[in-house]
Ligand binder design. Structure first.
Ligand code: NAD
Length: 269
């Protein structure tokens, strides 16, 4: 049997961090090598398996440099400012990286692309297999319905989410824009309030809802005259993202450099 892949988890005490730990513990092809969170986190120094009633033999640490020593891949679901520091640490340690964090600026995304010339990176705002399929379906639908249909992206997430629209909604918007032969920047409408005037043809509108414990709902509406098509994905558990991220970690094993997304991981490209 091949040796298990040595995985470090960043943001290990967060919502996604917990889902990732649980999935790593359940997968014999993966071994938890490091668990990192910010220095102010009260769980620093505790065993990463404690919450799951087991001794993982890995202490939660604030030092990414230490955690990356001898590791194969870092899986990061934190905040952009942390992810950018961790990206630099991965480059220095020559460790592969799966980035699930959302909310990056254009400059930060450019730096991720540049760093992927040195190490291999999977970067995707939504690691679920279902959403990856939805992205393909949306591009296809937008291409077929490019004339006479208005495209809107609607999303809902739990009350703790800090960025809007969600990274997934933006990715779906990009797929729709590609389908109608545009870039999202030239046709996105992110907010409407007051007397907005009639809807401009060829734009892609976004609507955001926040509340409760919704893990992640996305619908792309293509509304024409006399009919509308709605393509929807609903995530019911964070395990879907964690399992996708760990599938991405396995995909990276034989990749030395390059920037990949979930379309690559699932072989859609
Ligand atoms: P969370 O707030 O529950 O967890 C964030 C973790 O990051 C915490 O452990 C926190 O201590 C740590 N952190 C925050 N700022 C930090 C810093 N400056 N330095 C070091 N550590 C820091 O959030 P979550 O719900 O787990 O989501 C985390 C990220 O993952 C968000 O950007 C979210 O949008 C994204 N997300 C992506 C997917 C996907 O499939 N790609 C799915 C779910 C969530």
């Amino acid at each position: 049997m091949a040796k298990p892949i040595k995985v470090v988890i960043a943001g290990c005490t967060g919502r996604m961090g917990h889902a990732l730990l649980e999935c790593v513990f359940a997968d014999a092809d993966l071994a938890l090598h490091g668990a990192v969170d910010r220095a102010s986190n009260p769980q620093i120094g505790r065993d990463a398996g404690e919450l799951f009633g087991k001794n993982a033999g890995v202490k939660i640490s604030a030092s990414m440099d230490d955690a990356l020593k001898g590791a194969d891949v870092l899986v990061d679901f934190t905040r952009p400012e942390a992810s950018m520091q961790y990206l630099a640490a991965c480059e220095k340690a020559n460790v592969k990286m799966v980035i699930g964090t959302t909310g990056f600026s254009a400059e930060e995304k450019a730096l991720i692309t540049k760093t992927a010339e040195k190490i291999s990176v999977v970067f995707a705002p939504n690691m679920s297999v279902g959403v990856t399929l939805l992205i393909n379906l949306v591009e296809q639908a937008a291409k077929v319905l490019a004339q006479g249909y208005d495209i809107e992206v609607v999303e809902m997430h739990h009350r703790h989410k800090v960025d809007a629209p969600s990274g997934t909604a933006l990715r779906l918007g990009e797929a729709a824009a590609k389908g109608i032969g545009k870039s999202l920047d030239e046709c996105a409408v992110y907010a409407r309030e007051g007397v907005t005037g009639e809807r401009e043809a060829g734009t892609i509108g976004f609507a955001t809802m926040r509340g409760g414990d919704v893990v992640g709902d996305h619908t792309v509406v293509l509304a024409g005259v006399g009919e509308r098509v709605e393509l929807t994905h609903k995530a019911s558990s964070r395990a879907t993202f964690a399992l996708g991220a760990l599938r991405a970690a396995k995909f990276l094993v034989d990749k030395k450099t390059g920037l990949f997304d979930m379309q690559d991981v699932l072989g859609f490209k």
